[in-house]
Design a binder for this molecule. Structure first.
Ligand code: CTP
Ligand code: MG
Length: 547
């Protein structure tokens, strides 16, 4: 048995990275051919996560001994190591019974100044296993990266490419979530579900937003949704019976109040007992109530919401658009990265344009090509079958789920052309009068006086970019003008050669990621004139949005 295990380990360790790269490619091909629905992807990943454990290891842990030790509890389907405030291992068993067997065997620490919580989570810590002879063995090449490369390195990498199209695809490949990172996201949701299950045994916690919509970048936040709809009989009309529940909800007079109280107790539980969950904040008065915290072992910033099914639908819609044509994802990644490099988007809430708004802007632009790259949301709704019908809180969220019903578009523009046209399009867009509307695929008269108006695709009375102020919109437009101009200059848009040595000459898309001339000067001037008032205005805007 040991010999078999050894052969298995040798093979998995030796070919780990290559095999995983291959597996990712195969998965992608399958998805392209069959176009797996987001639900199918979610169900598969959730099931994998249930069979997995997260283990904090010593950086000198001997990986072979570790795996041999773990396989005492059953067959290991997949594993990987990563670094985040220490070295961690994700181990996925073939069967769920192996996790139970492992948990049976774990020791409960008895530390005099700490009392023990009677809850066995799947976040474990490894002690007393033989160390490797060489120090820091696990922090080397065996660890899978969970963060993006620095922008300076990305600029160098892109400058080595030979065409702008290659630069765009290379940027996406460098930034997108990896197979391992995606698994880790589902595992964190599954670990949190174990905590929430103390109150709601049949609940599930699902990731939404950029973790699953195809546009996530390594390091993006983890948006989660506590789903109680799976609970048997919940929301289902039952025939009259002799028995009914004494009460459905105690002391709650609106759906919003129910969501707030559910999140409040789950948030409290995460705060008190959630292993590795730190800095828990309950933001229950926001338009969409949430619990925010950091999950230290994974390094994810988490936002937990409940009763947020419309956001789940918009995630599904974005995923569908991304799967329809590969150019959608490439452009969204490029525009998001460009925006972040110039401070158009920010990790701090405020008057900035958000990644979600930017994504909708890219989708709208692609619908507005003379030969559209993607169809309008109204068209996707018209293609829907009876099972696709979905009305959430009075909002029509119906659209087709069967990808094969959607006709492939004839647009053949290259990524370079589309990127250049994107900047041109928004450099001259009549923002003062018009609203961006992906449902109709055509700009509409603005219904209200916000500087930037982007209609929420499902909650159509809402403006996705309500928080954006004039200054931020002006910066965006100025940068679009500059980038469009740069892409038309022959000394920017042709490779400069000299890629043999260590330093390469920046060109093409890489040039667009360098600090800007126009926005920088404009920003500095403005700052000198009204520094405090702008900051206070941003703060007020963000507070207003929160409440
Ligand atoms: N969402 C929405 N309306 C908004 C903001 C967000 O419907 N005004 C939904 C979208 O489905 C979005 C998700 O909530 O994808 C998560 O929001 P957010 O975290 O802000 O955006 P992400 O798409 O996850 O992008 P990022 O990588 O910046 O987190
Ligand atoms: Mg997000």
């Amino acid at each position: 048995w040991l010999q078999n295990a050894d052969t298995f380990l040798q093979r998995s360790i030796g070919t780990n990275v290559a095999a995983q790269a291959e597996a990712t490619r195969t998965d992608e091909t399958d998805e392209k051919d069959g176009c797996k629905s987001l639900y199918a992807v979610q169900a598969e990943r959730q099931e994998q996560a249930e069979r997995s454990v997260l283990i904090s290891c010593h950086s000198r842990t001997n990986d072979k001994k570790f795996l041999k030790y773990m396989s005492r509890h059953g067959n290991i389907n997949k594993y990987f190591f990563y670094e985040s405030y220490g070295v961690y291992a994700v181990v996925e068993f073939t069967n769920r019974e192996s996790v139970a067997s492992l948990l049976e065997a774990v020791a409960i620490p008895s530390i005099s100044h700490e009392s023990v919580v009677p809850f066995k989570s799947r976040l474990l810590s490894l002690r007393n296993l033989g160390s490797a002879e060489t120090p820091n063995q696990l922090s080397g090449k065996l660890c899978q990266p969970q963060t993006t490369i620095p922008i300076s390195e990305l600029i160098q990498r892109l400058s080595r490419e030979e065409t702008i199209d290659q630069q765009i695809t290379s940027l996406t490949e460098s930034y997108q979530l990896t197979e391992e990172n995606s698994r880790l996201r589902f595992l964190v949701c599954s670990l949190l579900k174990d905590i929430a299950a103390a109150y709601f045994p049949e609940c599930t916690i699902k990731p939404f937003g950029s973790s699953v919509n195809g546009f996530g970048k390594l390091g993006c936040d983890l948006d989660m949704f506590l789903d109680l709809d799976g609970i048997r009989g919940w929301n289902v009309k039952m025939p009259k019976s002799g028995l009914s529940l004494e009460y459905q909800m105690k002391r709650a007079n609106s759906e919003r109040a129910v969501t707030q109280s559910i999140l409040s107790v789950v948030g409290e539980c995460v705060d008190q007992f959630g292993p590795g969950c730190v800095g828990v904040q309950k933001i229950l008065n926001a338009r969409c109530p949430l619990v925010r915290f950091a999950h230290q072992p994974s390094g994810f910033q988490c936002d937990l919401t409940a009763n947020n099914r419309v956001a789940m639908k918009s995630t599904e819609l974005l995923y569908l658009y991304g799967e329809l044509d590969p150019r959608v994802r490439y452009l969204v990644f490029t525009v998001r990265c460009w925006a972040r490099a110039h401070g158009i988007t920010s990790s701090i809430p405020g008057a900035w344009i958000t990644n979600f708004s930017l994504t909708v802007m890219v989708l709208f632009f692609l619908q507005r090509r003379s030969s559209p790259v993607i169809p309008t949301l109204d068209h996707l709704r018209d293609l829907a079958g009876p099972t696709d019908k979905s009305v959430i809180e009075g909002n029509d969220c119906t659209f087709v789920s069967d990808f094969s019903k959607i006709q492939v578009q004839s647009n053949k523009e290259t990524l370079e052309q589309l990127l250049c046209e994107f900047f041109e399009f928004y450099a001259t867009f009549p923002f003062s009068r018009m609203s961006i509307n992906i449902r109709k695929g055509k700009e509409q008269n603005k219904p209200e006086m916000a500087p930037l108006h982007i209609q929420n695709p499902f909650e159509t009375s809402l403006n996705v970019s309500k928080n954006v102020n004039v200054t931020q919109l002006e910066r965006f437009v100025a940068l679009c003008q500059e980038s469009s101009w740069l892409l038309q200059q022959s000394d920017t848009n042709t490779p400069r050669g000299g890629s043999g040595g260590d330093t390469v000459t920046t060109w093409g898309l890489a040039t667009l990621l360098l600090p800007s001339q126009v926005a920088g000067i404009k920003g500095r001037k403005r700052k000198r004139r009204e520094p405090a008032s702008e900051r206070i205005k941003s703060l007020l805007e963000s507070l207003k949005n929160k409440s």
